[in-house]
Design a protein around this ligand. Structure first.
Ligand code: HEC
Length: 182
């Protein structure tokens, strides 16, 4: 893997060492952890206090803002998936390929909590970390979403694809990017 990354870097003429990739990966990992924790805290509180219909509004209004507030400096932080709810989260070519690889790695027995990938494309450092489906997620992303929840989702996201997930499935990924200085 590391050999591949180094070849890639030489190809684009960006002077980065394997150590730089490692430290960028560490930084990206800690930022995706912060995003995950912030989203989870907001989600848990609103599910407990207000129920799933209200929590959908909270996700709708807050998730993009939370990701935006963590996008500091040159970093851009977001979420993506092969089956999206918000079309702003649609994957690009590398993200789609990486999500497919994540599915294969999880099928092959890798711990979904640890699945991640880093690379450099067109002078940008890219990082993704798998988001597995947990028990609480199936309320809004599962196969048996309650009618009242489903209708609220459809009101806000008429083209929603993000249902039918089982606990343990790859729901999506955190996706981070940072422009590299030449
Ligand atoms: C209360 C309903 C609700 C619950 C519970 C919920 N989500 Fe979501 N999820 C949403 C909504 C609404 C969006 C769209 C947010 C936006 O507009 O950016 C979303 C978007 C996402 C996205 C971004 C990709 C996309 O489809 O647009 C991921 C990844 C995701 N959810 C994962 C999870 C995970 C993992 C859990 C469990 C820990 C979870 N969700 C629980 C409602 C929910």
């Amino acid at each position: 893997m590391r050999k591949l990354v180094i070849m890639y870097l030489c190809f684009f003429g960006v002077s980065l060492h394997a150590g730089d990739i490692e430290s960028l990966t560490l930084e990206a990992r800690s930022q995706s952890k912060m995003l995950g924790q912030s989203l989870m805290a907001v989600l848990k509180t609103s599910l407990q206090n207000d129920g799933p219909e209200a929590a959908i509004t909270v996700c709708n209004l807050n998730a993009p803002d939370i990701a935006g507030s963590l996008s500091q400096g040159d970093w851009r932080v977001g979420r993506t998936s092969l089956k999206i709810r918000n079309s702003d989260n649609a994957p690009d070519a590398w993200e789609k390929q990486t999500l497919n690889e994540f599915n294969d790695r999880i099928q092959a027995g890798e711990n979904p909590m640890m699945v991640e990938a880093s690379t450099v494309i067109d002078g940008e450092f890219r990082y993704m970390k798998a988001i597995p489906t947990a028990e609480m997620c199936v309320t809004c992303h599962g196969s048996n979403v309650a009618a009242s929840v489903a209708s609220k989702i459809h009101e806000l996201y008429p083209a929603d694809q993000a249902v039918g997930f089982n606990v343990g499935d790859l729901r999506g990924a955190f996706t981070l990017r940072k422009t590299l200085q030449e």
